[in-house]
Design a protein around this ligand. Structure first.
Ligand SMILES: [Zn+2]
Length: 356
């Protein structure tokens, strides 16, 4: 992780931002834009959707699309021009539009939604590739929004144990919609993610069976994935999941496990349960190495915490302020939410990632 000067951030008023209530610049309705299937073949129809997750009126919505052709080295050989697909005036509910003809092979498709509300005009621009991905040895972008230097890049890697690759693709979409775009704090920061699907497979091993099975087996193009802050090895069989060599594993249907492991892999959060991995980060920790340290930090979180919230994790000599349902306590099928110390750490890493 790149190191951001915290003193500078404090001077810039950054710390005031951590309350989050102060910077909800996005006016209602909060909209989530997505496409389905997330990684379509060149001949598949694609449905674009804009979900309203909060109440609020939209005066006009417009959906645009640009289709470009790329070659095996990733060069754009034919740049598309942006065309308007649909306009909605004063629409209610969620919006969908289906492009029934496929986009063709070797394509990069960019769509852009523009919503005009009574309070603001906002736009969302997303790029995805058609399958098979044209660029040799590289993961296919399936939901890309920003410069990889400025946002989190997360690559979904299919495990060799997956029997139906379409099930895997659907779960990758589920990881985006039902994990990152659903947990409130990562939903708030949803523009800060690029998601990819790797063409090469890996194989996850069980944490409790490492002596026999060894570490996670990395995909053959692993060296090309070094740009990504997160590599999620998604598998079918039940395993005790773990992180190794920058790769973390999860059952492909487990929205909570991915959010917990992303807590480690993307945001540098420590475990918040007894017997987990603990450390006190220099900046915006979620673990403290003393009770007094945790109690002293409570006032940093405004009304969210007081010093009575500081508890030891098991008998590990480390302390937390987060509630016992915090995502860094739990894993499994369903995600929970990050409590405020974890949220502050995530916000810090978002800014760190964007500004270095
Ligand atoms: Zn927490």
């Amino acid at each position: 992780m790149k190191n951001l000067n915290v003193q500078k951030m404090k001077q810039a008023g950054f710390v005031l931002f951590l309350g989050m209530a102060f910077i909800s610049c996005e006016k209602n309705p909060i909209t989530l834009v997505l496409h389905d299937p997330i990684y379509p073949s060149g001949s598949q129809a694609v449905t674009y959707s804009a979900e309203r997750v909060t109440e609020g009126s939209i005066e006009t919505a417009k959906l645009y699309e640009t289709v470009s052709t790329i070659n095996s080295s990733g060069t754009i050989t034919t740049a598309g021009t942006e065309t308007l697909l649909e306009t909605w005036d004063d629409p209610g509910g969620d919006l969908t539009f289906t492009k029934s003809s496929g986009h063709g092979n070797n394509k990069l498709v960019t769509y852009r939604w523009v919503f005009t509300t009574p309070d603001q005009t906002k736009s969302f621009k997303v790029t995805y590739a058609t399958r098979p991905y044209a660029v040799t040895g590289m993961p296919a972008p399936v939901y890309a929004q920003g410069d990889p230097d400025d946002v989190f890049d997360l690559v979904f890697i299919p495990d060799t144990d997956i029997t139906n690759i379409n099930t895997f693709y659907n779960h990758c979409r589920g990881m985006i919609r039902e994990s990152f775009f659903d947990e409130p704090h990562t939903q708030f920061w949803r523009r800060q993610y690029n998601f990819y699907i790797n063409t090469e497979r890996g194989h996850a091993t069980d944490f409790d069976n490492r002596d026999v099975d060894g570490p996670h087996q990395l995909p053959s193009n692993n060296a090309n994935l070094s740009f990504a802050e997160g590599r999620a090895l998604l598998h079918q069989n039940d395993l005790r999941d773990w992180a190794s060599g920058g790769v973390f594993s999860s059952e492909m249907q487990n929205r909570g496990t991915v959010m917990h492991e992303a807590g480690h892999g993307l945001y540098g959060l420590a475990d918040e349960y007894g017997g987990g991995s603990h450390w006190q980060a220099d900046d915006f920790p979620n673990n403290w190495s003393s009770l007094a340290g945790a109690q002293g930090a409570a006032s940093d979180y405004g009304n969210c915490k007081d010093d009575g919230d500081a508890v030891e994790m098991g008998s590990d000599n480390y302390y937390r302020l987060c509630v016992s349902s915090c995502q860094m306590v739990t894993t499994g099928l369903n995600h929970t939410e990050y409590d405020c110390p974890c949220r502050s750490r995530i916000t810090y890493v978002v800014f760190d990632n964007a500004s270095n």
